[in-house]
Design a protein around this ligand. Sequence first.
Ligand code: IPM
Ligand code: MN
Length: 356
Amino acid sequence: MGKTYEIGVIPGDGTGPDVIEEGLKVLKAVAEKTDINYNLILYDFGGKRYLSTGETLPDSAIEELRQMDVIYLGAIGHPDVKPGVLEKGILLNLRFSLDLYINLRPVKLYPGVDTPLKDKGPEHIDFVVVRENTEGLYAGSGGFLKKGTQDEIAVQDSINTRRGVERCLRFAFEYCRKRNREKRLTLCGKTNVLTYAFDLWERAFQEIGKEYPDIERDYAHVDAICMWMVKSPEQFDVIVTDNMFGDIITDLGAMIQGGMGIAAGANINPQGTSMFEPIGGSAPKYTGKNLINPLAAIMACQMMLEHLGEAEAAGLVERAVMKVIKNNMKSMDAGKMGIGTREAGNLVVEYIQGEE
Ligand code: IPM
Ligand code: MN
């Protein structure tokens, strides 16, 4: 028998708890089948707790979460809380405090999922975005001068440290090598305008790239990447980029892979505790209605198993999800799936249990 994993669970707001419930069902089924042991440690951080206590994420919780093997997160965001409070207080706080410096977001079209891209199929849409997750415009550097006056100035700096850029690039080169597909790493930047930030990125990319002669180095500006992701997504294998561009292009990626209903991501600290989440928001209007698609959260659980080295369990989950898509689901979108949230989770469980 292997070790017992300690899993911190933050269901969060809106439909977060709905989809995490399905993810945990699936985890239980796959763990029984493959003899994985784990403990769940539940945390109620989110909008509700903030509105009643004024607390987002206490430092003591960060220290506790740091001791976990992994963290499983639903969604953060509440309609009654001013934008930014929960995002910065909980999600970004976790990413920064636990130094989750990679945000890994696969863009993969599964057979049977509709993409809005005419003439494109699963053979064309299968790449991974490595998003830097602790710096750039997200670092929180800047401020106001003369706030509230006609002369107001707002500055928001993009922070790019050589160390932060380098560790992200190294992860991307290593990941591209391990993925062993086209062995092409595309740097997504804006070297024609952001001539300081992306100069640093590009120089580091070329220098570090020399240590990876087996990986083809490719570059495109972020606006062109948006164009190519729609026009010829098959040219991408692994894309590496900064925090802000990564945020934007992965929403586009989620759409071409069939929608937020299936898009999952991993916030990784290769030396520490990592966190797994569906990349969509809390979708409050669907809360508790059995309409939201749990597959993104289930695929986040799949990435978590993969990260823990539980390849067999991860494979079982992915195959079961693919069966549900193929046999039971009409669309990835909330309310249009043809089945409910719970039924989708139950079907994934059934396929896992049914596999020889
Ligand atoms: C994401 C989200 C977050 C981000 C928000 C909620 C702060 O959009 O995970 O992509 O911008 O990183
Ligand atoms: Mn985003």
